[in-house]
Design a protein around this ligand. Structure first.
Ligand SMILES: Cc1cc2nc3c(=O)[nH]c(=O)nc-3n(C[C@H](O)[C@H](O)[C@H](O)COP(=O)(O)OP(=O)(O)OC[C@H]3O[C@@H](n4cnc5c(N)ncnc54)[C@H](O)[C@@H]3O)c2cc1C
Length: 300
């Protein structure tokens, strides 16, 4: 898809057509070159491709306020298994639903997405504050679990937990460090009272914070990207963090619904059944298939 990477922005309608071979970095750069107050809510890493990322979800640092990439897709152009080029009207709402979260991979080749751009302040604030066990990390993480989804929606408090060499130990002992990598859609003077009221345990001070533009913040966060998290009991997964250990299709030939639903329900829960119905309708011969593509019922 690398030759299909054109990004056309309509600043009057606050929309953009984005071809799927573009990277997130190209999307963010093109938007920022057009306007300081427009943005798009998607992932933190600039090298990620639009095709897989948008069709599988796409969350990032402004997603608490503005949703994820699929929430902001309003049209698409797709090539189906018969080679037809369809837009939202001609593909119908079922297929349009499926490629906004179900992944493009099972249903066709998405050539471009039309998206709504969102409005953000010219200045945002970032901080990356770390606390070890010796610095009260256990209590801070405990509190974070209760406030991170309720605090002001302009603030996303992202948490990474890693093992580090203890700063207090001379003998090489290790400790656990919690890092709060965060973005506030606004200025530091507005952020500090929120933190003081809702999350004083972190002890955030002005010196921890840096004001910058949104495009600068995308670079700040891509440097600090570290890892994903795996859920347990039951083990589930986010479709864009593909996990082949939760089950896969046959290497050759078709795969039965029952076998595919082992991994399918872990990504999509009950929506897996609707994705199977869409697949059966738009690609009954299972032309678009891979180790975790949605199977059509006709292949059973
Ligand atoms: C470094 C890194 C950072 C990441 N950060 C985030 C993050 O912050 N937030 C987040 O939500 N996710 C994140 N991800 C996960 C990312 O969203 C997924 O890896 C996503 O699938 C990448 O899409 P791609 O097009 O680059 O990859 P690809 O491997 O090219 O594609 C992934 C899947 O989508 C299909 N696909 C790709 N393009 C199309 C198309 N045009 N039409 C139909 N199907 C297509 C492919 O067949 C494949 O099955 C990150 C991944 C990496 C590697």
């Amino acid at each position: 898809m690398r030759n299909l990477r054109t990004i056309s922005i309509d600043t009057r309608g606050n929309t953009a057509w984005i071809q799927t071979g573009a990277t997130l970095g190209e999307v963010y750069y093109t938007i920022a070159a057009t306007s300081r107050t427009l943005a798009f809510p998607a992932g933190v890493c600039p090298t990620v491709g639009v095709g897989g990322h948008f069709s599988g979800g796409g969350y990032g640092m402004i997603s608490r306020k503005h949703g994820i990439a699929v929430d902001n897709i309003i049209d698409a152009v797709i090539i189906n298994a018969d080679g037809e080029i369809l837009n939202r009207d001609s593909m119908g709402e079922d297929l349009f639903w499926a490629i906004r979260g179900g992944g493009g991979t099972s249903f066709g080749i998405v050539v471009a997405f039309k998206v709504n751009l969102v409005t953000i302040p010219e200045t945002v604030t970032v901080f990356n504050v770390s606390r070890t066990l010796e610095q009260n990390a256990t209590q801070i993480v405990h509190k974070w679990q209760y406030i991170s989804d309720k605090i002001d929606e302009n603030l996303l408090l992202r948490l990474f937990i890693i093992s580090v060499r203890s700063p207090a130990a001379s003998n090489g002992n290790r400790t656990i460090q919690a890092s709060f990598t965060s973005l506030y859609l606004g200025r530091v003077e507005d952020l500090l009272p929120i933190m003081e009221q809702k999350f004083p345990e972190l002890g955030l001070v002005e010196q921890d914070c840096i004001e910058m533009s949104w495009i600068e913040s995308t670079l700040f966060f891509s440097y600090s990207y570290t890892a994903t998290f795996v859920s347990k009991s039951p083990r589930a997964a986010y479709f864009n963090y593909r996990d082949l250990d939760i089950g896969r299709n046959n290497i050759e030939g078709n795969t039965k619904y029952r076998q595919a639903s082992v991994w399918g329900f872990k990504y999509f829960e009950i929506n897996f059944n609707r994705l199977v119905r869409v697949k059966t309708k738009v690609d009954p011969s299972n032309f678009f298939r891979n180790e975790q593509s949605v199977p059509p019922l006709s292949s059973n």
